[in-house]
Design a protein around this ligand. Structure first.
Ligand code: NAP
Length: 687
């Protein structure tokens, strides 16, 4: 099977120069790749000139919808991906993380973007900053998509998930993607990519696929481009040295070797649930995907006294592992991706063995089910033990990217922290402990070095996500050796492909640039009350002022009796005066809110379907008996949710009779769209 690239909006088959990709199971050639003849400068330029503008013309929600359509399309075709993936040596269970996990990640990014980002082409970040005394000059941060291209260089171990977890945030950000899978599993990525193109969900030029070498692509990168690399440290260092990367300050994020640690707490002695959970997790991590996972537990750090028991229990579990052809019955661990990868792992084990002793498995011998051990890239799980981890260096820096872990003892919590942090940072670390003091000290001690710290105990055992969760990119992508201190979780992953810019100007100019009304910007008075207008009819800046109403002492007492809130500041004049904030009895903040609602709500059935909550509420000044309050209600921002309704964010300001602000908040309502206004009920006819 000759894999094609997809460049400049068309499929491309190279004339020659093919490299063969072998099956991990039997060494037979399953695919060939070549990119000979591709003009990479033109590929990048097409993405920038055609894909970029097409994506930037869409809103975050439209791009998220497109990603969701891709996810639905892939979901209907995943059996083909599963079948192909078996050739990579992975079992069906392993491939669940890659294939279903990848599709799930698309769905999750799409829904997160629709919930957390506006239906707009730019996003505001943080609050409006006053920059002048008179309030005529203000500032705000906005995020806009980079005008370049996202070049994704992926590792072999998750050909589907690895491609999709990067594609989703870049596309949602509005940046076109050129994706390059690792050669050993490129045929799986190619099948998934082909389906993405077939789905027709993404605009022309927004995606490209390179099956084989990247040629001179990196030399043509510019200041608006982003490289997102996953793979080994050696490759990432090579790529970062390409002159164009430094010259144009190309954003370069590298997720690479990660010497993840798992720590067994001092309390988790044999017989406790945490001990069993720990042993199970270490065994699971090194055998899932034959240990070819970036989150795999490479260092199992245990109390010195518990070491023999851990070693024994782990050995017992690993003895049940059945290595072989993933298509054969009963096989629980498949092969490494290639013979070359197995050679690499063996060489790394030999390095580790200069500081540690192999206590389980033989790197050169394994019993194999359903395949010829001599032709496939099979290997036994391997456990090493390093008795002096504080004096060792390789066990903390050499990543054997296979079914390999090293046990290391500690004598105190401080020592466990030091050993874990010797890994120089990693994607994820875990702590297995039910002792609050130990778990707290370990978590705080190692947090600065890790993207994710997982604390597992009996209370969360059933639902905990484990070291390797496909949804990790929604939580965090990880710092440390993973390539810098970039935070990548969730919407931050989208923002990684965007520029954060402070926009400064008058309140009105900022309102028009951002599409979000802010105090000081123009207020438009509509003829009808805004609560009588459909979602579409409302526009940012539309403002309504209510009449005023007096807040009496009787109101305060009535409210106190009715709700039971008889806090002294509302009931006892002398006690209230003793507070540094009050000159006497004051109205309840909640009473002010309730009166505000009473002043602006419409009683009749209308477009407002529900009050969805309040945000950023501040009671700025006390309201005293006899004060008069009135409300300014302004449409701040609108976000479509469903065809039937959308969310309206209102800026609500409550003033007193001296026009001083006494309360300020955002009110969220769900408002019906014009086509779905609630029907007036039939009048009830008596009789
Ligand atoms: P790799 O050999 O470093 O390759 C990674 C990617 O770089 C592949 O797509 C490879 O393409 C490409 N590449 C290699 N040389 C290149 C060059 N000169 N120019 C452009 N691209 C080049 O890593 P791998 O063997 O695929 O993956 C295993 C490694 O990935 C392990 O070390 C593991 O720790 C790491 N990993 C890390 C994470 C993480 O998030 N921290 C996740 C997964 C994997 P070819 O295959 O075509 O050479």
């Amino acid at each position: 099977m000759k894999l094609r690239s997809y460049v400049q909006g068309a499929w491309y088959e190279a004339p020659d120069g093919f490299v063969s990709v072998a099956s991990a199971i039997d060494g037979r050639s399953v695919a060939e790749v070549s990119t000979r003849g591709i003009d990479f400068a033109a590929v990048l330029e097409h993405a920038r000139k055609v894909g970029g503008p097409a994506l930037r013309a869409m809103t975050f929600h439209q791009r998220a919808e497109a990603i969701k359509r891709v996810a639905l399309y892939l979901n209907d075709r995943k059996e083909r991906f599963y079948e192909l993936s078996l050739e990579t040596g992975a079992t069906r269970k392993d491939n669940f993380v890659d294939i279903d996990g990848g599709i799930l990640t698309l769905f999750a990014f799409a829904s997160k973007a629709r919930r957390e980002l506006p239906n707009a082409r730019l996003a505001v970040e943080g609050a409006l900053e006053p920059l002048s005394k008179g309030g005529t000059f203000v500032g705000r941060h906005v995020m806009t998509p980079l005008h370049g291209v996202a070049l994704h260089v992926n590792a072999f171990n998750f050909p589907c998930w690895g491609m999709l977890e990067k594609l989703a945030p870049a596309i949602i950000a509005g940046v076109p993607v050129v994706t390059k899978p690792a050669t050993p599993s490129a045929y799986v990525a190619a099948a998934v990519f082909e389906a993405i193109v077939e789905s027709g969900a993404l605009p022309e030029g927004s995606i490209a696929f390179v099956a084989g070498s990247l040629g001179d692509a990196l030399e043509h990168l510019g200041s608006q481009d982003v490289v997102s690399f996953t793979g080994s440290i050696d490759t990432s260092l090579r790529l970062q040295q390409v002159p164009a990367i430094g010259q144009h300050a190309v954003r370069f994020i590298a997720e690479r070797d990660s010497l993840n640690a798992s720590i067994l707490g001092p309390d988790a002695v044999p017989g406790t649930p945490e001990f069993d959970l720990f042993v199970k997790e270490v065994a699971r991590e090194i055998t899932t995907k034959a240990g070819q996972r970036c989150t795999c537990i490479r260092r199992a750090i245990v109390p010195r006294g518990a070491l023999p028991e851990v070693q024994r229990a782990l050995g017992e579990r690993l003895a049940k592992v059945v290595v072989g052809n993933p298509r054969a019955d009963g096989v629980t661990m498949g092969a490494l991706v290639s013979l070359a990868q197995r050679d690499d792992v063996r060489a790394k084990i030999a390095e580790l063995a200069t500081e540690a002793e192999i206590v389980y498995g033989d790197p050169d011998r394994v019993e194999v089910v359903g395949a010829d051990a001599a032709r496939g890239a099979f290997m036994s799980p391997i456990v090493l033990r390093c008795d002096r981890p504080l004096e060792a260096s390789k066990v903390h820096s050499v990543e054997a990217f296979g079914p390999v872990t090293t046990l290391m003892p500690y004598d105190s919590i401080e020592q466990a922290v030091t050993i874990a942090n010797r890994g120089d940072g990693s994607l994820v670390a875990s702590i297995f402990s039910y002792d609050a003091a130990a778990a707290d000290a370990l978590a705080v001690g190692i947090a600065a070095y890790h993207g994710r710290v997982l604390i597992v105990d009996r209370d969360c055992a059933k639902e905990q996500a484990g070291h390797g969760t496909p949804l990790a990119p929604l939580i965090h992508g990880g710092p440390g050796r993973a390539g810098g201190s970039e935070e990548m979780g969730g919407v931050r992953g989208v923002f990684h492909y965007m520029q954060r810019t402070a926009i400064e100007g008058s309140p009105q100019r900022l309102a028009t640039v951002t599409g979000v009304w802010n105090p000081g910007a123009d207020e438009r008075r509509a003829s009808a009350h805004p609560f009588e207008r459909s979602f579409e009819e409302l526009t940012a800046g539309e403002t309504f002022y209510t009449p005023a109403r007096e807040v009496t002492l009787a109101d305060i007492e009535h409210f106190a009796e009715f709700t039971g809130d008889r806090f002294y500041a509302h009931m006892d004049d002398a006690a209230a005066k003793s507070s540094p904030f009050f000159d006497g009895r004051v109205a309840h903040g909640y009473l002010v809110l309730a009166f505000a609602a009473g002043l602006f709500v419409r009683n009749e059935l209308g477009p407002v379907l529900a009050n969805y909550g309040l945000e950023s509420l501040r009671f700025v000044k006390p309201v005293y008996p006899g004060d008069c309050v009135r409300v300014r209600l302004t449409v701040k921002e609108k976000t479509p949710r469903k065809p039937e309704y959308g969310e309206v964010r209102w800026s609500v300001t409550v003033f007193n009779q001296a026009d001083e602000v006494v309360a300020q908040y955002d009110l969220l309502t769900m408002n019906a769209t014009a086509e779905h206004l609630p029907a007036q009920p039939e009048p009830v006819v008596a009789g």
